[in-house]
Write a protein that binds this ligand. Sequence first.
Ligand code: NAI
Length: 328
Amino acid sequence: MKPPVRVAVTGAAGQIGYSLLFRIASGAMLGSDQPVILQLLEITPALKALNGVVMELNDCAFPLLAGVVTSDDPKVAFKDADYALLVGALPRKAGMERSDLLNANGGIFKPQGEALSEVASRNVKVLVVGNPANTNAFIALSNAPKLKPTQFHAMVRLDHNRAISQLAEKTGKPVTAIKKMTIWGNHSVTQFPDLYHAEVDGKNAYDLVNDHTWYENVYLPTVAKRGAAIIEARGLSSAASAANAAIDHMRSWALGTPEGDWTSMAFVSDGSYGVPEGLVYGFPVTVKNGQVEIVKGLEINAFSRAKMDATAKELDEERQAVKQLGLV
Ligand code: NAI
C-alpha cells in the first residue's frame, strides 16, 4: 500500500462537502490503492456540525481513510496538503452587488492563498470550487508567492459533464460515446461549451447535430444555466453533481486523461488561443504524469471567437474589480 496523501477540503460541513468527503475516503478520487488523510477546514460556528460528519466518516470504516483532522485555522488544515479542494465560499445573496460578493470572497481566498503558500506541500494541487470559482482562484494564486500560479485550478468540470450529458440526450448516444468536449472560459453564464471539436462515436458533434439554431438557442443556454434550473427545482444548489465533478477534476489531474480524449480545466492563461495572459480561464487539456497541457492547434471560427472573447471580457472585468478592491 502507498503512504497516505493529505487532502484538505474547505467548507467541509456544507452541502458539497457532505457528498465529497465520503467519495474521497472511498478511493474514488485518487484510486483504490491510495490512502488519504482528510484535513477539513470550517468556520468556527460550523465545527460542531463538522464533528458530526467526521463521526459518520468513522462509521464507514473506510480502509483507505488513514486519519481526519478538523480545524478553523487554514494553517492547520493546509499543513503539508498534497491536494486542496476549496469549496467553502460565500454565496451571492439577494440584493448583493458583485463587488460585495468579490469582497466577501476575497476575505476567504486571500488568507487561504497565503496559508497554502506557507504550509502546503510544495507540489500541492489546488482546486477552487467555491464561486465565483475562476476569480476566487485568481485571488488565491495571487496571494501565494511561494507556489506556482499553475498549481491553482478553478472547476469547470461540472459544466463539462453537463455539456456531455445534454449532447448524449440530443444524439441518443451513451455519454461514453462523447469525447473531446471543451468548456472555454468562466464558470458562469458566459462560458462557451464547444461542439465544433467534440466527437460522438468519432464523428464531429456539430456536424452530426446539424442544427445551429438548437446549438445557439437551446444547448448553450441549457448547459450554462443548468445551475439555476437545479436551484429552481431542488430549492438548493447542485451539490452531489458538483462534488462528483470535483472528484473527476482531481482524478484527471492526479491520474491523467485517457488516450484520444481531453477534459476541461480552468487555470492561468499563458496567452494560448488569444486569451489574455493571467486570466483563470477554462481550456481543453490533456494530463500525463501530472503535467497539464493545453490542447494545441484547434481551429477557432468566428462564432467561437466571439463567445471566447465575451467570457474573457467578463473575467477581465472581475480581475479589474478585485485589483481595485486591493485583494490581489
Ligand atoms: P454550503 O453553504 O452548503 O457550504 C459552504 C460551507 O463553507 C459552509 O459549511 C460554510 O460554513 C463554509 N465556509 C464558509 N466560509 C468558510 C471559510 N472561510 N473557511 C472554511 N469554510 C467556510 O455551500 P455548498 O452548496 O457546499 O457550495 C459551496 C460553494 O460551491 C458555493 O460557493 C457554490 O456556489 C459553489 N459551487 C460551485 C460549483 C462549480 O461548478 N464550480 C457548482 C456548485 C456549487
